[in-house]
Each structure stands twice: as structure tokens, then as C-alpha cells.
Write a protein that binds this ligand. Structure first.
Ligand code: ZN
Length: 118
């Protein structure tokens, strides 16, 4: 069932014809058939549940890096040690003097926990 805006009973009591209500009147006319076809009112209850997200303590973040020079395509061997990945980047620049920019990323595994209320 499409979700339609609630009819505003106060709007019909207002005088029509002024510039401000013109758009609303047109919208009401457009929606009138759909509003008439609505069935009984349906209520829904949305419950709020609090969650937290943290890094999975059983895993280590992984560092990745790739060269941003056009048509290079080089990337470092991913690993948990940022210094080791940085050394690979510096070695790459040592072999290719123009390749000085790298996209580095730090990836980890996250876990979402539902916070129990006491
Ligand atoms: Zn490169």
C-alpha cells in the first residue's frame, strides 16, 4: 500500500483561492482518488533498540596501499603492520621516482552488539 500524507482537516476550512493554497489544493485534487481508496487505519509501533559497533577483538586491522600514478596498478602486500606497508611504498618510489602518491587504507572487521537495557 502506498504511503500517503494525512489529510489536513484544517486546510479545507481555510478559504481557498489565495496564492499560498493553490499548490496544496492541486495536490489534494491529485491525491483524492488514492485517499478515498484507503482502507482502515493501520498503526505500527517502532521500537528503538540501541546498538554499538566495535572492532572485532579477535582480528587485527589490515593496512593496504596502492600507487596512484596513472597506469601503474602497483599495490603493497596487505598486512597488519603499517610500517611494513610504508616501507613497501618507499621502495616502490625508490624504483619509480615519479610514483610518490599512494592510497592507503586501514580495514578491520567490526561487530555490532545490541545494548541490553537494565
Ligand atoms: Zn607506481
Amino acid at each position: 500500500m502506498p504511503v500517503l500524507p494525512q489529510a489536513d482537516p484544517a486546510a479545507s476550512a481555510r478559504p481557498s483561492g489565495n496564492a499560498r493554497s493553490g499548490g496544496r489544493t492541486a495536490l489534494r485534487r491529485l491525491l483524492a482518488p488514492a485517499l478515498r481508496q484507503r482502507g482502515p487505519a493501520v498503526r505500527s509501533v517502532i521500537r528503538h533498540t540501541e546498538h554499538r559497533i566495535i572492532r572485532d577483538s579477535e582480528t587485527a586491522p589490515t593496512v593496504v596501499a596502492s600507487c596512484l600514478s596513472a597506469d601503474c596498478g602497483w599495490s603493497a602486500v596487505p598486512g597488519p603492520d603499517v610500517a611494513a606497508v610504508d616501507r613497501q611504498c618507499m621502495t616502490h618510489t625508490g624504483l619509480n621516482q615519479e610514483h610518490t602518491r599512494f592510497l592507503r587504507g586501514f580495514e578491520d572487521i567490526a561487530v555490532v552488539h545490541r545494548v541490553e537495557k537494565t
